[in-house]
Design a protein around this ligand. Sequence first.
Ligand SMILES: Cc1cc2nc3c(=O)[nH]c(=O)nc-3n(C[C@H](O)[C@H](O)[C@H](O)COP(=O)(O)OP(=O)(O)OC[C@H]3O[C@@H](n4cnc5c(N)ncnc54)[C@H](O)[C@@H]3O)c2cc1C
Length: 297
Amino acid sequence: MDVRILQAVLAPKPSVSFEFYPPKDGAGFGRLLERAARLEALRPDFVSVTYGAGGADEGRAGRQEASIRATEALARATSAPRLAHLTLAGHSRPELERLVRRFLDGGVDGFMALRGDPPGGPAAAWQPVAGGLTYARELVDLIRRQCDGPIGVAAFPYGHPAAKSLEHDAEVLAAKQRSGADFALSQVLFEAEAYFRLVERAARHGATLPIIPGIMPITGATRRERLELYFGGPLPAALAERVSRAKDRDELARVGVDWCVALADELLAGGAPGLHFYTLNSSLATETIVRGLGLNR
Ligand SMILES: Cc1cc2nc3c(=O)[nH]c(=O)nc-3n(C[C@H](O)[C@H](O)[C@H](O)COP(=O)(O)OP(=O)(O)OC[C@H]3O[C@@H](n4cnc5c(N)ncnc54)[C@H](O)[C@@H]3O)c2cc1C
């Protein structure tokens, strides 16, 4: 078992991790490897690749295959431990077992166990597959039977869009921990307070696993819609105002970096065990933030 990821999330010094998404084509693959190699200089504690994200439409199978290839290719660009995201959506139990084996044979060190979204998006009615699973907690169980490496799960500072309540969401996180999850990565957030409330709520329901906040730098004029999509809500008013006042892409990038540095400082000062960067396969903003925080080693 590779214990580096677990040591990193449990260590007193903050962990730093980077998330990538599977590129669509060969050029995208080249860029991913180049950006990952650049971020390797910051010595991340682990890197992860999303799996088939974006709904169960007809392009999904291709994106899933791309996730597997991207996870394998990252081994060439980085020596950091690798986490494979795996979603249960659209797969039967035997398919999931084969996928876990394939990722392990490809050299991944651990998994993010996720449900994935139904075709209509995160708030749409769930569509089960014959012989498949329904909740991420069951996927944690399935992976745990084949893998003794670290397993992470999703946590939602503002609640999952389909959750009955914030309290129920916290119970779901506790159930994932009981099934064997070692840590959680949070959905993107822009206010430290939302993270602290999540940790407090989770602990009340027995979810004491380390929860690493998700940070997504704003890096260009086109990114606001994408940010709100990941974030699941409107940007905080003060950030939205600065974003809309930015005169050009450079100024917008500075706004995004400054906001994330202040946010990350507050998160770490308040006890967050690390920072998970949604890099969007771009390296400059993430690099500036990590260096700005003095977290490069
Ligand atoms: C860090 C992170 C990484 C992600 N990576 C990906 C990715 O790579 N690919 C991708 O497609 N998506 C990804 N997602 C999105 C994720 O798949 C969706 O948000 C999905 O809708 C929920 O996944 P989950 O793992 O939290 O599911 P679950 O924990 O199964 O929760 C799903 C819903 O079911 C409810 N629920 C859970 N258990 C029960 C129960 N016992 N009874 C009643 N209700 C219950 C929950 O409250 C929630 O509303 C990621 C999200 C995060 C935060």
